[in-house]
Design a protein around this ligand. Structure first.
Ligand code: GLU
Length: 303
């Protein structure tokens, strides 16, 4: 029997850019199992800030798909698009303490300045910002807001962050050189995922984040925001990903199809197999019951 953690609150936070696909069911199931294995609560948050990418109705479809799989949240879901005032307040605090700064650069200017300096770098298709607007805008219009990625507010010392992932083990990232000053509010006025996720996780009292491994390298950005905003640091467990035929993470771009939920029992077996669990229940309830027991053996043993 695992040691229950009475303050455990977990969550699944899908971006409703379409229905759940097999990969997102893995993350949903893992976060649900971890919450149940710890005797904790499980919440769902719809991350619909990038509205142009969220077709109408995807949110209700996702909730319906979760429910077909027996994954029912313990509280009504929340929508990030209803919570923008909280992100504005967070940005204001970071601005007032000198950690957030306005940026007037276009993507083209950033690319040019990186090329000119000769040490431009690009990581996962994202440019490492060269710090152009750190010293303040000279009459230009602010387009976006960024967070200083240095250890000191003068921007002189590099910042390296370390954390322990429950599955991946000891992790480390140099935020200054590997990520750079990252965006909090985009030039098109949309709130960045990094800021919104940190504010919402803290406000919802999330103690444990269980999500796909593709998000693992976002963790240091989120930890840095938690530190600067004085928020608690949750525990993290990043789950294996479902791979497409091309060896890349399964996504709509490489042919992920919507989950086939005519047979939720089979869908749960497939998702559980990615997590190293073998389920043979005859009903959704039996599948989940077996899943909690198996998960507990792997990830929720008494400490
Ligand atoms: N909304 C993000 C996504 O669907 C996940 C956020 C998270 O779990 O931190 O990729």
């Amino acid at each position: 029997m695992a040691a229950p953690r009475p303050n455990y609150i977990g969550r699944f936070a899908p971006s409703p850019t379409g229905p759940l696909h097999p990969g997102s069911l893995v993350a949903a199931l893992a976060s649900w199992l971890d919450a149940r294995a710890h005797g904790g609560r499980w919440l769902v948050r719809i991350e619909d800030l990038d509205r142009p990418r969220c077709p109408a109705g995807s949110d209700s479809l996702i909730l319906e798909q979760l429910s077909r799989c027996g994954l029912l949240p313990d509280e009504p879901p929340v929508w990030q698009s209803h919570r923008e005032a909280r992100y504005a307040a967070g940005l204001e605090r970071l601005r007032a303490s000198g950690w957030a700064f306005a940026c007037a650069c276009s993507r083209k200017q950033i690319t040019q300045s990186l090329a000119a300096s000769g040490h431009g770098s690009e990581r996962h298709g994202e440019l490492v910002y060269p710090g152009t607007c750190r010293a303040g805008l000279k009459g230009q219009t602010a387009r976006a807001w960024r967070l200083l990625s240095s250890a000191d507010p003068e921007g002189r010392q590099e910042l390296s962050l370390h954390w322990q992932d429950r599955r991946l083990g000891a992790q480390q990232q140099n935020l200054s050189t590997e990520v750079g000053d990252f965006v909090l509010k985009r030039a098109d006025g949309l709130w960045a995922y990094q800021l919104a996720v940190v504010i919402d996780d803290a406000e919802q009292g999330i103690s444990d984040i269980v999500r796909g491994e593709d998000l693992a390298d976002n963790t240091p950005r989120q930890m840095r925001l938690q530190q600067l905003l004085g928020l608690p640091l949750p525990r993290y467990l990043h789950t294996p990903l479902v791979m497409g035929a091309d060896g890349q993470k399964l996504s709509k771009q490489n042919g992920a199809t919507a989950l086939d939920l005519r047979d939720p029992v089979a869908a749960l077996s497939r998702a559980a197999a990615v997590l190293g669990l073998s389920l043979s229940g005859q009903s959704v309830a039996e599948q989940l019951d077996q899943g909690v027991k198996a998960w507990r053996e792997l990830w929720a043993r008494p400490e």
